[in-house]
Design a binder for this molecule. Structure first.
Ligand SMILES: *Cc1c(COP(=O)(O)O)cnc(C)c1O
Length: 374
């Protein structure tokens, strides 16, 4: 069976974890945590970065930082993972779901403005497949109505909007290092802070509501309870693993993009015949090779193709089911029909894409897709 995903170890993961153990400090905010923070701040210009135990946790920090309260409204796409919404729902917000674009699963920025009320507090964008949303338009709307912009950049490491790194654009951004992402640490995430006014408080929330980070840096002589918080910081063992991955970022990205481009080039003729649709990358966006999807013409075909590939030993998968139709949210949704979102939920299929996917397997997968359409 060709799996859908296989976590890739780039070489130094175990050695760095051993180093952390031998140095005698494996709790959070250690040497490797700081190496990871510096890496991101230098390479992508985030004002401040804080590793977290997941992207979900980074989004919870974002919801706390912008003081989400009962009755606030938060605008976001319906075609996303539950973690985009949960942190805001946990703080009592109502989620106002927006449809996807017709040419891409990302949020349709032209449908946002009409949904803004005096309760709206933030727009959360998701750069699906690492492909940027139309950020200039989203920033324009946010500035006009004085809203926060939060990037769910879970899939967006090393991807860009024009020349701006994703995650460096919104007030706050959340990355994921879950084993299915490009850069991994098993479970893991990061909050990127681009508005300085959040920096101090972010560090306090991160350290269980205490000013321990400032104490560690020698800025104060004792630390105590100064705010709410939780234990959002990962062990330095996780950071050690992650740092080994970051050192090989270029290598990992190059291979993933190559696989993506091979799929795209090989399957193009099926798109030209109208049998399926391939991803569209707007001129303002880059591709970071996070995931390769194709769009079948309808649900029946998609499920048939999934089954056909499974029969060939290829594990392809579908993706998000519309959040506005989920068991948890359907009665809370305002009833608007989100037609593109539902279409992606029914027609989208993701092919295996991971660093160690062999060229021969890629050929076999492509041939199998062709065989299905014969
Ligand atoms: C993976 C993912 C998440 C969740 O990341 P975790 O690190 O598992 O919490 C959130 N949003 C999107 C869009 C994702 O792809």
């Amino acid at each position: 069976m060709i799996p859908f995903n296989k976590p890739f170890l780039s070489g130094n993961e175990l050695q760095y974890m051993r180093q952390a153990i031998e140095a005698g400090k494996i709790s959070g905010d250690g040497v490797f945590t700081n190496k990871c923070h510096s890496f991101f701040e230098k390479k992508y210009g985030f004002k401040k970065s804080l590793l977290t135990t997941s992207c979900t946790d980074a989004l919870e920090m974002a919801a706390l930082l912008i003081n989400i309260r009962e009755g606030d409204e938060v605008i976001m796409p319906s075609f996303t993972f539950v973690s985009t919404a949960n942190p805001f729902v946990l703080r009592g917000a109502r989620i106002v779901f927006v449809d996807s674009r017709t040419d891409h699963p990302g949020i349709d920025e032209s449908k946002i403005e009409e949904l803004i009320t005096d309760k709206t507090k933030a727009i959360v964008v998701v750069h699906y497949a690492g492909i940027a949303c139309n950020m200039d338009e989203i920033l324009r709307i946010a500035a006009k109505y004085n809203l926060y912009v939060i990037e769910d950049a879970a899939q967006s490491v090393d991807s860009f909007y024009w020349d701006k790194p994703l995650g460096a654009i919104g007030h706050l951004s959340a990355f994921s290092f879950h084993e299915t992402k490009n850069i991994i640490s098993g479970e893991g995430g990061m909050l990127a802070i681009n508005d300085d006014k959040f920096s101090n408080r972010a560090e306090i929330l991160w350290e269980k509501g205490t000013n321990r980070s400032a104490f560690f840096r020698g800025e104060i002589d004792k630390y105590g309870w100064v705010d709410v918080g939780a234990s959002f910081l990962p062990s330095d063992l996780i950071a050690a693993f992650l740092f080994a991955q970051l050192e090989n970022l270029d290598l990992i990205q190059a291979r993933r993009k190559k696989i993506w481009e091979t799929y795209y080039g090989e399957l193009k003729s099926l798109e030209q015949k109208g049998l399926l649709r391939l991803p569209f990358i707007p001129s303002y966006a880059t591709n970071n090779g996070h995931l390769f999807f194709l769009l079948c013409n309808n649900l029946t075909q998609r499920d048939k193709l999934l089954g056909y590939l499974k029969g060939k030993g290829i594990h392809a998968v579908f993706h998000y089911q519309s959040l506005h139709k989920s068991n948890f949210y359907k009665d809370k949704h305002d009833g608007r029909i989100l037609k593109n979102c539902d279409l992606y939920a029914e027609c989208l299929l993701r092919l295996p894409l991971f660093y160690e996917l062999a060229d021969s397997d890629i050929k076999f997968i492509v041939r199998s897709v062709f065989d299905f359409y014969k």
